[in-house]
Design a protein around this ligand. Structure first.
Ligand code: GLV
Length: 324
């Protein structure tokens, strides 16, 4: 009998083709999100699952899937999966880094520029028919050129964001537990500094850390208080990296100039305070949302699922220790 693979939500068709060559595919071809109980039920007889960041694959769900050997997520972040629980069961977890790096860095810059230059407000103003004439002080924003960018988390995406800053003549600071190799830091003209110093000196603070217990609320009241009153916070990583109520309070009190957010603590819910603020640009988690990129991510996850179930090495294991 062919191994059984669950695909939890709609994916680009190439992924289904790849999986159907080898497996019996239980495909939930829709945009609805399965809750934990449904996932547990659908996984009872599955050897593999191709999932998304909206799927809650906690220890209990994993525990209720006795035959499961691979969890292939169509995302780089895997905080929705209890990886230690999977590892304990020798289930391989795979993700899709690399293919989304440039698209996510582009989106980060689009958001940074949109926030600094108030693009959504300007467009709303025009569409509302309020544009009467050119005015010297109409919808003025903040400088980007020559300012200081603070990159928090200097992995692939953080580095790609820093590379784009070269074109804006920016000074780049980065905070990361691991300093980058000297040659790379020099190429990107990026200086390794402690997070507190980065927060004090940056005009734009851009977050690129994975969500872990150590990064949950990495940016809270104390960190927001360290930022310049003229600075902007940009987050395209994971919502819970920022203490959202603390951010709302800081913005209301004018402790920083604004924020550009693509991710939220309780997606798809957005803190009502954020919706009220005029100096915040809000996007619905579209960091890697480029058709070709998402299609590649789907195919990559499907191929890694195939690899594991055929006893081959997947391209992007999150817990390689399981592979021996
Ligand atoms: C998107 O947020 C991802 O982790 O790929």
């Amino acid at each position: 009998m062919k191994p059984r693979v669950l695909v939890t939500r709609h994916v680009y068709p190439a992924a289904i083709g790849i999986l159907q060559e080898h497996f019996a595919v239980d495909y939930q071809d829709g945009h609805g999100v399965m809750d934990a109980a449904t996932l547990a039920r659908r996984l009872q007889h599955a050897q593999g699952v191709v999932c998304q960041l909206t799927d809650p694959l906690g220890a209990e769900v994993i525990g209720s899937a006795p035959a499961l050997r691979v969890i292939a997520t169509i995302a780089v972040g895997h905080d929705n999966i209890d990886v230690p629980a999977a590892t304990a069961r020798r289930i391989v977890v795979t993700n899709t880094p690399g293919v989304l790096t440039e698209a996510t860095a582009d989106l980060t810059w689009a958001l940074l520029l949109a926030t600094a230059r108030r693009l959504p407000a300007a467009e709303r103003f025009l569409r509302a028919g309020e544009w009467r004439r050119w005015d010297v002080d109409l919808l003025c924003g903040a400088d980007v050129q020559g300012r200081t960018l603070g990159v928090v988390g200097f992995g692939r995406i953080g580095q790609a964001v820093a590379r784009r800053a070269l074109g804006f003549g920016m000074r780049v600071l980065y905070a990361d537990p691991e300093p980058a190799p000297e040659a790379l830091a020099q190429e990107l003209r990026a200086q390794h500094v402690p997070l507190d110093l980065l927060l004090q000196q940056s005009d734009f603070v851009s977050l690129h850390v994975p969500l872990r217990e150590s990064t949950r609320h990495l940016i809270g009241v104390a960190q927001l208080c360290r930022m310049k009153r003229t600075a902007f916070l940009i987050n395209t990583s994971r919502g819970p990296v920022v203490d959202e109520p603390a951010l709302v309070a800081a913005l209301e009190e004018g402790l920083l100039a604004g924020a550009g957010l693509d991710v939220f603590e309780h997606e798809p819910r957005v803190h009502p305070g954020l919706l009220e603020l005029p100096n915040v640009v809000l996007l619905p988690h579209v960091g890697s949302a480029v058709t070709s990129v998402r299609s590649l991510m789907c195919a990559l996850a499907a191929r890694d699922c195939v690899a594991v179930l055929r006893g081959e090495r997947p391209q992007h294991p999150v817990n390689p220790e399981v592979l021996g």
